[in-house]
Design a protein around this ligand. Sequence first.
Ligand code: GLN
Length: 545
Amino acid sequence: MTFPRFIFVTGGVVSSVGKGIASASVGALLQARGFSLRLKKLEPYINVDPGTINPYKHGEVYVTNDGGETDLDMGHYERFTGIPTRSMDLLTTGKVYSSVISRERSGDYLGSDIQVVPHITDEIKRFVLFEAQDVDFVICEVGGTVGDIESLPFLEAIRQLRLDLGRERSVNIHLTLLPYIASAGELKTKPSQHSVRELRSIGIQPEFLICRSANGFEEATRKKLSLFCNVPEEHIVDAPDASWIYKIPLNFHKSDLDGALCRYFGLKTTHIDLTIWENLVAQWQNPKGTVCIGVFGKYAHFLEAYKSLQEAISHAGVDQKLKVEVRWVDTEDEERVHQTLPEVQGIIVPGGFGTRGIPGKLEAIRYARENKVPFLGICLGMQLVIIEAARQLLHLPDASSTEFGETSEPVVALMTEWMQGAQLQKRTALGDMGGTMRLGAYPCVVQPGTRLAEVYEGQKIIEERHRHRYEVNNTYKERLEKVGLCFSGVSPDGNLPEVVEYKDHPWFVAVQFHPEFKSRPFAPHPLFVRLVQTAWQRKGKGHEA
Ligand code: GLN
């Protein structure tokens, strides 16, 4: 048993400076030095989880194996370190208060009045320390920006923890932005100085600064930051914008962040092996060609909502030594749908909720099926494959999902009961919005001799992550099989179709789960790899973009 060192990562000046990727990169570097770790996130918003936040506001909801609806940064943690995250690795203000209030209701506080300090802060400290004893490092990112009202209890908890743990067991890395003022021709350090001052007023002196800027800073800037922020020069990391996020661990290493951290903690490690990272970046830099994939979805103007999808496509491209140009199409714009379809060599219809843009998505599916364009349907994309087949091939014009309104042909319908292991799960149509879905990893039995079996290299049972309320209605299965749809993956009890495919097509697979959550740069997901591969083959046959 070890006792870990704690690395707290905070952010200042503006939001979206990349604390998640910075935390994940620090994790990757420490791993490359042979240390074990766990990444956790403290999220100041009051929602219990981001499952109910509009993706336009907070980006994608990242689903963990154990069914947690978490933040997109957890996806970065997994992709950079390969360590699966758990729902308990994310703590929100909503979760803290729910837990404290439920404890108060059951009388656990024995008559005391419940206060932010110590009750709320104790709850936060418990979370940070939970199951920490088996790793060398816990990296704990604090969401939001220093100065936000909501962050205060979290920063106060960190201040207390740092006192309990001592400096030799804890460190604060503060991430800031150096804006460039063109008229002065200078990068400005003042916002970083203010943000450090704000942190100090809470009682936290950062030992390290990671400073983001477009092109990096000069030595004079380092000196100034050091003087005014009270941080040693060798603890100030130059973080210029990176052309690919997987270059960031190498960039941090160039600034010797990992070496300085080890010295700070008095750890004697001399060896770091970054070969896998160097090879990955080299492979990304030298593609043999370009292939064009169209994603026909909803959030074409806010790609944070498709973070894992974007990454999974990028991993597959690098694996195939191809640059993948992605055309993001909002299917409400049907003209653009029609315009784009002939320009791409592969088509993805991703997951989604609600009725917006459904006709455009169905059109993309019809086009892919009829024109033999490589296709991957994900979650809603899979449900729409069923609807498209029922309408076009079974000639049921009313075929629809009960998600889109009442229908006489519910080929996709709300499931109110299903098995999770040996346990029956029940939901009602009017239940809570949060937590009424089939969430997290579920097994899927792979039918032998199918595309699915081929791509999963003969595995009989696979496990993938789910996030949906509606299911394909099994009663239409036989009829759909007769018109060529193969149900190549089903739940172990046979009740829930998980994967469908067309055999008389170069590559057309649609899955009820979200494969994108499990794709990693060093382990690209086979469903995306095969899509990119078959799209490249199509390009070779003269289907130029
Ligand atoms: N809206 C669909 C459902 O709830 C699909 C969800 C998704 O694509 N993640 O079942």
